[in-house]
Design a protein around this ligand. Structure first.
Ligand code: HEM
Length: 162
C-alpha cells in the first residue's frame, strides 16, 4: 500500500551507506531479521514469564529471585531488538515509516516503556517488602505490560501485510 511521502530524514537514512548495505548485502538483512526475532523473543518471553508470576501464576516460585533472573535477560533482548530493528528500518525507512502497523508498534513500545517507568518508581521500589504475592499496583502494571508487549509483537508481524 502506498503511504504518505516520508520526511527527508527517513529518505536520508534509506539512501545512506547503511541503507544501501542493508539492501545490497545478501546476508545483512536476513541476519538482522533473525537477530531481531531472537531479541524480541528474549525480551517478550522473559517479561511475559515475570508478568504472569506477578499476576499470581506459579505461586511456588519466589518473585524476587525470578525478577533477578529475568529482568537482565529482558534488557539484553530489548537492546538487540531495538538495534536490529533499526537496521531493518534503514533498508526501507521512507516506506516503512508510513506503515500503520509499524507506527502502532512504536507507539505500543513507547507505552510499554512508560509502564516500566511507572512500575519502577511505583510498586517495584518496595520489591524487598512484598510479602509473598505482588501488591495490586504491581499486578496492574504487569497486566498492562503483558498486553502492550503482546500488542507490539502483533503490530510487528502485521508490518509485512500493510
Ligand atoms: C523492541 C520491541 C520490538 C518488538 C517486540 C518488535 C517486533 C517485531 C515483529 C514481531 C516483527 C515481525 C517479524 C517477522 O515476522 O519477520 C518485526 C518486524 C520488523 N521490525 Fe520490529 N520489533 C521491535 C522493535 C523494532 C524497532 C525499534 C524497529 C525500528 C526502529 C523495528 C523495525 C522492524 C521492521 C522494519 C520490521 C519488518 C521486517 C520485515 O518484514 O522484513 N522493530 N518486529
Amino acid at each position: 500500500m502506498e503511504h504518505q511521502p516520508a520526511a527527508s530524514i527517513f529518505l536520508a537514512l534509506q539512501e545512506s551507506a547503511l541503507g544501501h548495505l542493508m539492501r545490497s548485502s545478501p546476508v545483512m538483512y536476513p541476519a538482522a531479521e533473525i537477530l531481531h526475532i531472537m531479541g524480541f523473543v528474549l525480551l517478550v518471553g522473559s517479561i511475559a514469564a515475570l508478568d504472569l508470576r506477578l499476576l499470581g501464576i506459579g505461586q511456588t516460585i519466589a518473585i524476587q529471585p525470578l525478577a533477578r533472573l529475568l529482568l537482565p535477560l529482558s534488557r539484553v533482548g530489548f537492546i538487540v531488538a531495538i538495534a536490529m530493528g533499526f537496521l531493518l528500518f534503514s533498508a526501507d525507512a521512507a516506506h516503512v515509516v508510513g506503515n500503520p502497523a509499524f507506527q502502532a508498534k512504536l507507539l505500543l513500545i513507547a507505552a510499554a516503556l512508560v509502564n516500566v517507568a511507572i512500575a519502577h518508581v511505583g510498586p517495584w521500589r518496595k520489591l524487598g517488602t512484598w510479602q509473598g504475592e505482588a501488591p495490586a499496583g504491581a499486578k496492574a502494571t504487569a497486566l498492562a505490560s503483558l498486553l502492550l508487549w503482546l500488542g507490539a509483537l502483533t503490530a510487528g508481524r502485521l508490518i509485512a501485510y500493510l
